[in-house]
Design a protein. Sequence first.
Length: 493
Amino acid sequence: MSVLDDIVKKRAQTEAPQPKETKHAVAILGAGPAGVGAAYYLAQRDDVDVALFERGPRVGGNSASFQIDGVWCDHGSHRFHPVAEPRIKEEVKKLLGDDLLTRPRHGRILLKGRWIHFPLKPVDLLLQLPKGFALALARDTVLKALPKKQAAEPTFATVLEQGLGPAMSEAFYFPYVEKLWGLPPSELAVTLAKKRVSGSSVVKILMKIARQIPGFKSPGAGVFHYPKKGFGQIIERFAEEAVAHGADLHLDTEITAVTRDGDKVTGLRVKDENSERSLPYSRVWSTLPISAVARMMDPPPPPQVLEAAKAIKFRGMILIYLVLETDRFTEYDAHYFPELNVPISRMSETKNYHNTDEPTNRTVLCAELPADPGGDYWDKSDEELGALYCEWLDKVGLPVKAPVVRTETRRLRFAYPVYNRDYEQHFNVLDEWMSGVEGLLTFGRQGLFAHDNTHHALAMSIAAVDCLKEDGEFDQDLWAEHRAEFETHVVED
């Protein structure tokens, strides 16, 4: 039994405590990285009483880890990136100690029928890229210097094509994003190019490749950090320390309503296996999907806000875990499949993330299958998805020869925010109304509709805590400055 399991067991035997009147009480909704991070930093303040509510049985959200046949597994491929802010990086290192490993990145990407090392390496590109494709990239680099007619209304497609040229865009980025978001590139917003594509020009990509060369290598290039007990160990440790500093953690607890009186938050209605009850809170910090929070407000928001909540979309994902009776499937930590002929976008083998031999004669392959509820794959059984998974691997020259023990799946309804071309107007309606409710704060990946990494979510939690002043007031001007900083976040793969 983990430290958190023991805490939750004891908590289940008592009623949820009422907020202490002598402190500024903050209720945090959702125990993903942003929620747990905020609880951790708030709990270290003497002037705050913090309670963290999570519908699931564990902390971490989509960043949680769990075991399958003794193998630590994540919800897809997760890494702690060396580019994280120094303050966050040092905090993670302090909390995990020797359990935080530094590992070389060793993946590969299937491009034009060839396996190429990922992250891209100069020698591998020279030897493995098809000559025709390499010539097309060179042509695009030369043509990029020539003046071009600007698109009347920029989109993800036009921005990427202008920066990368047709060859890289059409062979790699366009099919990959269509697979991830279920929309053609022409229907995606410019914002996605800024937040999702860290190499948005040929020059930037070449610079990233150059930084892999010895002598030119930047600190952290080609490596990542990973905990011994799965990526979720990071969030577990933040949660344990938050509780040790006095935070109240409530797992298996559903938020059924956020109540308000006019433009002020008054509390929550929560439901667990024992009861449904109301709790008075004047400060509610939510990391739940912003559209879900709008629908749980009581009384409801104006009709235009609810319409905006319906219009905003999240992309779902099915995670397929193939349990094999073998020590290893390949030497690679991750395989990327950008092209549309294979439905999965990425496959990870976490035993290679932390380089463990235990357990012997078992490994687990996790496939990320972008899919939405009601789609072709969502209601298929684990066995059906496992059989399809094996077919897809065979198709790309990775036949599964080891005995398949079984298949497990996890379904994420809110894997990625969908940045379609009209998302911004709907988000702005939601965001403006939410920001006008005193005591309500939405942040984190789901709360700000941001496709960010875990270190970005932790940065948001630090920013939110910094905005809570000693007198209990929330500094909206400072928060606006932090929001502008969040706009510069770029996702690391």
